[in-house]
Design a protein around this ligand. Structure first.
Ligand code: ADP
Ligand code: MG
Length: 315
C-alpha cells in the first residue's frame, strides 16, 4: 500500500471520524485551516517519538497510537488549553497496512477521548518515528505558564506518580503479575489532564506536565519562576491499583503525564470539590532557589534539580 492509499483509506477517514468544530479544512489540501474564536489564542506544541528511544521497537501499534497522542495532548493540558486538532508526520520503515490500521485504531480512540481532530499530516519512509503537532485554544491571556510561581504558594500534583517507570521492567514480560497491572495501564494508556488544566485557568499560577519526572519538571517551573521549593516525599501519591511505585520512581520516573501545579491557598478553596479532590498538595514554593526534600523523619535533603532526559547527554 502506497502513501496516498494509506492517506485515502486510513488517515482521511480518521480525520472525518474525529472532526471538531474548530477545523475549517482537514486533510486533502496543501494546508489545514483552523478557526480560532474571537478573544482566544492559538496554543501549539510538537512532539516526536522515535522507536527504540520513546517506545520499545515492536511496541503494539494500538497502544502506540494512544500513547503518542496522549503525550502530545498533555502539553495542552499543562497550559490549560482546550484541544482542537493535530497533524501527524509519520515515518514508516514499510507500508504495512495491518500495522497502520492498528495505529489508526489507537489514534482514533485517543482522539475521541481527548476531543481532538486529525487535521493533516505527512508520510515518509525511514526508521519508525511519529511526530505530532497539537493545536489548542485558550481565552486570551489565560494560558498557564511555567513562570508564574510565587513564594508561599502550594505545589500539587494531579495523581499518583511513578507508575509508568515501574511498568518498564514488565513491558516485555509475557505474563506480568496482576500487581503490575496498574503500572502497565499507566504506561500504555496515560490520561492527559485536560479538564483539570481547563479548571485551573486563572487559579494556578504555574503548571507543567510530568513527562521527565516530578523533580525534573518541578525544577523547570522553579527555574522559570525564579523561586525554590520544599517537597514532602511522604505526601507524593504513588499507589496504582493497590501497588506502590517506589519513591525514586515517583520522584524521578517519567511518562506519567500528570500535572504539577502551583497555586495559592486561596485558589484551592475556590476550586470545585471535584477538582480539589484531584489535587495532592506535596510541598510549597519558597523564596530563593533550589529544591529541598523534607523527609518524614525530619531529615532535610537538598537535591540538585535534575534537568530531565537529555538526548545528547554524553555526546
Ligand atoms: P504536500 O506535498 O503538499 O505536503 P502531502 O502529499 O504530504 O502534501 O499530503 C497530502 C494531503 O494529505 C495533505 O493535506 C496532508 O495533510 C494529508 N496527509 C498526509 N499524510 C497524512 C497523515 N498521516 N494523516 C493525515 N493527513 C495526512
Ligand atoms: Mg508532503
Amino acid at each position: 500500500m502506497g502513501e496516498f492509499e494509506l492517506i485515502r483509506t486510513l488517515f482521511r477517514p480518521l480525520a472525518e471520524a474525529t472532526w471538531q468544530d474548530g477545523v475549517v479544512l482537514g486533510p486533502g489540501d496543501d494546508c489545514a485551516i483552523q478557526r480560532v474564536p474571537p478573544g482566544h489564542e492559538l496554543v501549539f506544541s510538537i512532539d516526536t517519538l522515535v522507536a527504540g528511544v520513546h517506545f520499545p521497537a515492536g511496541y503494539d501499534p494500538v497502544r502506540l497510537g494512544w500513547r503518542s497522542l496522549a503525550a502530545a495532548v498533555s502539553d495542552l493540558a499543562a497550559m490549560g488549553a482546550d484541544p482542537v486538532c493535530y497533524t501527524l508526520a509519520l515515518t514508516l520503515p514499510d507500508a504495512d497496512p495491518g500495522w497502520a490500521k492498528s495505529l489508526v485504531g489507537g489514534l482514533e480512540e485517543a482522539s475521541r477521548a481527548f476531543g481532538i481532530a486529525l487535521a493533516g499530516g505527512d508520510i515518509t519512509r525511514g526508521p519508525l518515528t511519529l511526530t505530532i503537532q497539537v493545536h489548542g485554544t485558550v481565552p486570551e491571556g489565560q494560558a498557564i505558564r511555567r513562570s508564574g510561581a510565587r513564594s508561599g504558594e502550594l505545589v500539587a500534583v494531579t495523581g499518583p506518580l511513578g507508575g509508568a517507570a515501574a511498568a518498564l521492567s514488565w513491558l516485555e514480560a509475557a505474563s506480568p503479575p496482576a500487581s503490575a497491572e496498574g503500572f502497565l495501564a499507566r504506561y500504555h494508556r496515560p490520561q492527559p489532564r485536560c479538564e483539570l488544566g481547563r479548571q485551573l485557568r486563572g487559579l494556578a499560577t504555574a503548571a507543567i506536565d510530568i513527562s521527565d519526572g516530578l523533580l525534573a519538571d518541578l525544577g523547570h517551573i522553579l527555574e522559570a519562576s525564579g523561586v525554590g521549593a520544599e517537597l514532602e516525599p511522604g505526601r507524593v501519591p504513588r499507589n496504582f491499583d493497590g501497588t506502590q511505585a517506589t519513591l525514586d520512581q515517583a520522584l524521578n520516573g517519567g511518562d506519567d503525564y500528570e500535572l504539577c501545579v502551583i497555586l495559592p491557598h486561596s485558589a484551592l478553596e475556590q476550586l470545585p470539590g471535584s477538582v480539589a479532590d484531584s489535587l495532592w498538595v506535596v510541598g510549597k514554593v519558597c523564596a530563593g532557589s533550589g529544591l529541598r526534600l523534607m523527609h518524614a523523619d525530619g531529615v532535610i535533603e537538598e537535591v540538585s534539580v535534575p534537568m530531565g532526559y537529555d538526548h545528547f547527554r554524553g555526546q
